[in-house]
Design a protein around this ligand. Structure first.
Ligand code: IMP
Ligand code: MG
Length: 179
């Protein structure tokens, strides 16, 4: 059973914005050894739509990052699996995530990719949530800024569901409090 989802960003708005970001990235990375490193699983949908708007050669890397809250401290440990990430040494890496929330994931991945010898590292996010960031980080490319609500669709999940929705929506109902 699905909870009700209220549309926040429509399919048309997403398409238009993703196309614009693609054109911008294409211009910025012209003639550069670009690798787009997408953070699984939420960024898969935006990755597929975005790269078809980037008309310059580029590679794709997939990175899995799972965060675990410490039982006794507030520290978060990020476990990174890069089995599907080709060598990023001397590549211009663009990290792509579905949403910038606390910023913990992307800031750890920036350090990680730098340690791997990337030529440059930038970040792109489809969404940025207001008022949640714990780590200072300005994404280089951002689709939309959204209010502090739990959103699903266009790759974003609640309990691994709702990723297939073609729009971004706010999840309604008693379950919508996963943080
Ligand atoms: P951060 O490290 O807190 O910035 O975590 C970002 C990750 O948290 C994203 O990649 C999402 O997987 C997840 N996340 C944060 N907010 C939401 C949301 O509103 N809906 C779905 N997933 C979210
Ligand atoms: Mg995610």
């Amino acid at each position: 059973m699905h909870n009700a989802v209220k549309v926040l960003i429509s399919e048309d708005e997403i398409r238009e914005r993703v196309h614009a970001l693609g054109r911008q990235i294409e211009a910025d990375y012209h003639g550069k050894p670009l690798t787009i490193a997408a953070v699984l699983t939420g960024s898969l949908i935006v990755l597929a739509d975005l790269i078809r708007r980037i008309g310059v050669p580029h590679r794709i890397a997939l990175i899995q990052a799972s965060s675990y809250k410490g039982a006794t401290t507030t520290a978060t440990t990020l476990v990174i699996n890069e089995s599907f990430a080709p060598d990023v040494a001397d590549r211009d890496v663009l990290l792509l995530d579905d949403i910038l929330d606390t910023g913990q994931t992307l800031s750890a991945l920036i350090r990680h990719v730098n340690d791997r010898g990337a030529r440059s590292v930038r970040t792109a996010v489809l969404l940025r949530k207001i008022g949640r960031q714990e780590v200072p980080l300005e994404p280089d490319y951002c689709g939309f800024t959204i209010p502090n609500a739990f959103v699903v669709g266009y790759g974003l999940d609640y309990d691994d569901d709702y990723r297939h929705l073609p729009y971004v929506g706010i999840l309604d109902g008693p379950e919508a409090t996963p943080h």
